[in-house]
Every structure is written in structure tokens, then in C-alpha cells.
Design a protein around this ligand. Structure first.
Ligand SMILES: [Zn+2]
Length: 319
């Protein structure tokens, strides 16, 4: 039987899986993505991860490897042109370099694009022709599917919903602009908002839980307190929801999709912000476009690796 390997190379984790043409994950591993800071070692580590998973699969034929990376990718050439979270890989032709070492085809796309591919193939967006995937992780990514295909734009930079401006005079984003969605609705944005008000009267429970140490603030700590009813941490997640709702209304007014699927690490706390996001979205979207839209969360945290493998399986006619 045939299979493909899918990689989801995010700002924090490197997820890697072997996936069958039916979308079944037969092997899966998660590692830290930033263990090295130079290009050569990063590529070597990536190859080692691929070989490790290949060794764990017996009696099956590997068709190729697909990867999604946080950043802008020229998919036809396989070049990572910009990656704020993984700068050591910027300018690298991963497609040529890795396929030469492995002697097997290697394809690469943006990580939110492969997330959307995975959700569209066998996840929450199955059977949808026009939808948008949003990943709320270390950064905020977006994958736009139009008529069943990812829309890449003129140089692979389309769908960067994380850089939709939601607060004109807002916090500076890593892209250099101000008030981008990513500066609020990512795990780094959430932690930054908590740090900004860490010494306010309202943040007393957060200070206590973190022993007065800002460095101990994580999205998980904020979520735990919000679930216990802490008003400060609840309000932080409400900000995430409000800004996400504004961006979703912009996307829907522009593209009129039938569904938006939300994934990424922060979507595990969707119960703390999704209702606020939907309310804000309703307030701002045009009636015709916003009326019947479904806003859902990801089917699993493996959608990225499944979508990356799909890119290969589809290309070689295995699906
Ligand atoms: Zn930005």
C-alpha cells in the first residue's frame, strides 16, 4: 500500500505523520521546531525526522513528502521566502535540497494552507468548495480555498489573515505594521496582552499563579484562570474573540465563503472566545454574506500534517 509523509512546521512544534490515501494517520510524532538556529542543521534535522518516521512504516511504499511551514512560500519553486518564526530557513530551496537528499519528491506550502487542505479533505470543511482556514498559534495564519483550490496569489503570499489590521493605532506586529490580528489573537498576542496589564489591580490572580513572574505567563495559565471565572483572564480571551470577529467579518465581506474553520494551538480554548467572535462577526458582516456561514473549530490537531500529505497524494493521483 502507498502512503505520504506530512510535516507541519510551525513556530513552536514540528509535527510529522505518515498518512494513507484514505486519510488515515498510521504514525505520528511531535517535536520542538526551534532546536537549532542555523539553516544547515535545521535541514539535517528535518531529514532525520522524515527518515525516522519512514523507518517506522513497514511494507508500504512512500510516494513523497509534503510540508507546511509558517511563512510565505513560493510553492512552484519550493522556496521559503519569508518566515518570521523560522528565519533560519528563509531563502532556502527546501524542495530541491530535501528531495535530493531523500531521493523522493518533496513539496512545500504555507502551514495554514496545508491546514485548510487537511480540513477540506477529511475534516470540518469536508465537501466545502469555498472556505477559509484560520490558524491561531504562535502567529495567525490563513488558508483561502476558492472553488476547491488554495488561492496562492501572485507570489504565494495570499491568505495572510493574521495581518488584517483590527486596531489602527494598536500594538506593533512582527511584520512591522501596527494592530494586526496576529498581535492579539495568537498565543504570543494573548501573552503580550496579559504582560501589558500584569501589574494592574485586576490581574491579582494571574500574578499569584505566576509567582509575580511575567515569564511564567502562558496561554494555558490564562485559560485555566478564565475557566475558574477570573474576570481579568476572561476579558483577555474576549479581546481575542472581538478582534477575531472583526477579521472574520472582513474576510466574509470580501470572499463570501460558506465556512470558516479555526485551528491552531489557541483553538483549544475556543470555548473562551468563539461566542464573542461570532457576536462581533454578526455585528460587522454584511447580511447576505454572513447569514448562513458556519464558523467551526478544527476536526483534529493533525489537520496540518494530513493536509501536507494530501498535497503529495493528490499530485500523484493516489486519491
Ligand atoms: Zn502584521
Amino acid at each position: 500500500m502507498k502512503y505520504a509523509i506530512g510535516i507541519d512546521l510551525g513556530g513552536t512544534n514540528l509535527k510529522i505523520a505518515a498518512v494513507t490515501p484514505k486519510g488515515r494517520v498510521i504514525s505520528y510524532t511531535v517535536r520542538k521546531s526551534r532546536i537549532v538556529k542555523d539553516r544547515k542543521t535545521a535541514v539535517r534535522n528535518l531529514v532525520r525526522c522524515i527518515r525516522d518516521i519512514e523507518k517506522s512504516i513497514k511494507g508500504k511504499h512512500l510516494i513523497g513528502v509534503g510540508a507546511g511551514i509558517a511563512g510565505t512560500v513560493k510553492t512552484d519553486k519550493g522556496i521559503v521566502s519569508q518566515s518570521p518564526n523560522l528565519p533560519e530557513l528563509e531563502g532556502t530551496n527546501l524542495k530541491d535540497e530535501i528531495s535530493d537528499i531523500l531521493s523522493c519528491p518533496f513539496f512545500i506550502d504555507n502551514d495554514a494552507n496545508v491546514f485548510a487542505m487537511g480540513e477540506g479533505w477529511c475534516g470540518s470543511a469536508k465537501d466545502c468548495k469555498n472556505f477559509c482556514g484560520i490558524t491561531l498559534g504562535t502567529g495567525v495564519g490563513g488558508g483561502i480555498v476558492i472553488d476547491g483550490r488554495i488561492f496562492h496569489g501572485s507570489c504565494g503570499a495570499a491568505g495572510e489573515v493574521g495581518h488584517i489590521v483590527v486596531e489602527p493605532m494598536g500594538a506593533q506586529c512582527r511584520c512591522g505594521s501596527f494592530g494586526c490580528l496576529e498581535a492579539y489573537a495568537s498565543s504570543t498576542g494573548l501573552v503580550r496582552m496579559a504582560i501589558d496589564d500584569f501589574y494592574s489591580r485586576n490581574a491579582v490572580s494571574l500574578r499569584r499563579l505566576c509567582n509575580n513572574n511575567k515569564k511564567k505567563i502562558t496561554p494555558e495559565v490564562i485559560a485555566r484562570l478564565a475557566e475558574r471565572g477570573d474576570s481579568f483572564c476572561i476579558s483577555l480571551f474576549e479581546m481575542v474573540g472581538t478582534y477575531l470577529g472583526i477579521a472574520m467579518a472582513d474576510i466574509v465581506n470580501l470572499l463570501n465563503p460558506e465556512l470558516i474553520v479555526i485551528g491552531g494551538g489557541l483553538s483549544k480554548s475556543a470555548h473562551l472566545f468563539l461566542n464573542t467572535a461570532k457576536k462581533e462577526f454578526k455585528r460587522r458582516s454584511l447580511k447576505a454574506a454572513g447569514k448562513n456561514i458556519k464558523i467551526v473549530t478544527a476536526s483534529s490537531d493533525k489537520a496540518g500534517v494530513v493536509g501536507a500529505a494530501y498535497m503529495v497524494l493528490k499530485r500523484f493521483g493516489a486519491i
